[in-house]
Every structure is written in C-alpha cells, then in structure tokens.
Design a protein around this ligand. Structure first.
Ligand code: ADP
Ligand code: MG
Length: 250
C-alpha cells in the first residue's frame, strides 16, 4: 500500500533523511520509534508530500506521489493534483490542528464536502458514524475549546478517516496529552488497527507498539537502523542503538 524507496531529504546542509526504504502492506500497522531529531516527522511529511524529497520516491497503492512520469523523467504535479492525492492519506498531528471556529461535526465533514464534493447530507451521516466510532456522539456540536485534549484528538482521528484514506499517518498523536487522556486515544487507534486500517504511527508508546504493531521500525540519524516484527525489535533488538534507545523509553 505504501512504498517508500530510497528517499533523501536535506534542509540546507543538514541531511535529515539519508536513504529511507519502507514498505507497508494493506492493513499493516507500523510503529516508528527513534530519538528526537532522527527524521521521523520528516519521513511522514515526505510520504504525503508536505516535504519535497531530494531523491527517491513514494508510491501509495501504486500511485506516485507528487510526480508523474513523462518518458524517462519525473514531472512535478500541480498543487491541485497533489491535494487530490493527499485525500488518500490521513494525517493525525501531535497538536490536533482542529479548526477552532468549527464544531466537531463540522471539522469532520469539511474535507469530504470541500475536497471531494460529497453531498452535505451524505457527508454528515458518515461523519456522525465516525464520531460514534471514536466515542464522541454526544460532542458532535461542541467546539474544540470545549473538548479535552483526548477528545480533540479523537475528533482529529475521525476527521482523518472522513476521506476514506488508504493509509493513516500519526505523528506522536498522544505526546501532547495529559497522561490520563492517552489511553482513550490509544483505544481508538487500537480499534482502527483491528478493523484493518493501514497505519504508520510515530509513537513511543511501547505498550501500544507491542500489542498493536505488526512491524516496529527504529530510526536514528536519518536512517532506518532496524525493522522487524514488533516482538523481535522490542524484545530482542539486534542493534546497540536500538537497545540503548529502548532502555531509555521503557
Ligand atoms: P523527529 O520527528 O524524529 O524528531 P524531524 O523529522 O522533525 O525529527 O527533524 C529531523 C531534523 O530535521 C532535525 O534536526 C530538525 O531540526 C530538522 N528539520 C526539520 N524540519 C526542518 C525545516 N523545515 N527546516 C530546517 N530543518 C528542519
Ligand atoms: Mg517529530
């Protein structure tokens, strides 16, 4: 479903991704771990073309993201095309990023109506089902400022699902939350995973990774140092750097 090949990304002289390959099957849950600054967010942002990579490419369900092939060369797609491609990729941010002037329901229906031209009634029915799925039926008409951080993040997850994406990317979805609110968000994510959603999750919630991830990836310094089945990477890491990192977060 997701095919990341040989991507390199620099900011000025700083090489942040130094050749990253990652393949994610439909329905697979991948958890990415790694120290701050190792390039995890840049990798997620590169997957949905919020960052333009310097080398390599990303395909989602066979479709090249951000480019089209023209003979032997790649040509950049127009912004409108990139936006269309992005509707296939859900993104959940650390900081929720809900529209503050829209209710929970309006946050969830906005993209299907604006980006996909779905009829309002159909989009609303679907949004209400999604809010129910994340346990927020009773908050449909509440504004974000009236919601706890955990509730806001669950609305953000419902919003990410509204376009029926092929993959959902999560960038440290619980790290801005008070500890007592982390569980409700992880519960929703666990539910999605069990329902077969393809997910790439940057998170240091090792319990979640152990229970839910099919694959755990450890990144350091712009490279994937190690990846494998969650039990292998978490309980029996091959690399010293993975071991040292796990010793700190466990
Ligand atoms: P992580 O998510 O693993 O903490 P990031 O992908 O956010 O790491 O960042 C990797 C490195 O890239 C860091 O050194 C960060 O400062 C740098 N970086 C990220 N985004 C930018 C940017 N837009 N401009 C310059 N440097 C950036
Ligand atoms: Mg980050």
């Amino acid at each position: 479903m997701v095919d990341v090949r040989g991507i390199h990304k620099s900011f000025g002289p700083l090489e942040v991704l130094r050749g990253v390959d990652l393949r994610v099957r439909a329905g697979e849950v991948v958890v990415i771990l790694g120290p701050s600054g190792s390039g995890k967010s840049t990798l997620l942002r590169s997957i949905n073309h919020l960052e333009k990579v310097n080398r390599g490419y990303v395909r989602i369900d066979g479709e090249l993201i951000g480019y089209r092939r023209s003979g032997k060369r790649l040509r950049e797609l127009k912004e409108r095309e990139v936006l269309r491609q992005r509707t296939h990729i859900g993104f959940v941010f650390q900081s929720f990023n809900l529209f503050p002037h829209l209710t929970a329901l309006e946050n969830v229906v906005e993209a299907p109506i604006a980006a996909q031209g779905r009829p309002r009634r159909e989009a609303t029915e679907r949004a209400l089902r999604l809010l129910e799925r994340v346990g927020l039926s009773d908050k449909a008409h509440a504004y974000p400022r009236r919601l706890s951080g955990g509730q806001q993040q669950r609305v953000a997850i419902a919003r990410a699902l509204a376009l029926e994406p092929k993959v959902v990317l999560f960038d440290e979805p619980t790290s801005a939350l008070d500890p007592e609110l982390v569980g409700e968000v992880l519960d929703v994510m666990r539910d999605l995973a069990l329902g077969g959603t393809t997910m790439i999750v940057v998170s240091h919630e090792i319990g979640f990774a152990r229970e839910v991830a099919d694959t755990v990836v450890f990144m350091d310094d712009g490279l994937i140092v190690e990846q494998g089945p969650s039990s292998q990477v978490l309980d029996n890491p091959r690399h010293e750097r993975t071991r040292a990192f796990l010793a700190k977060v466990l």
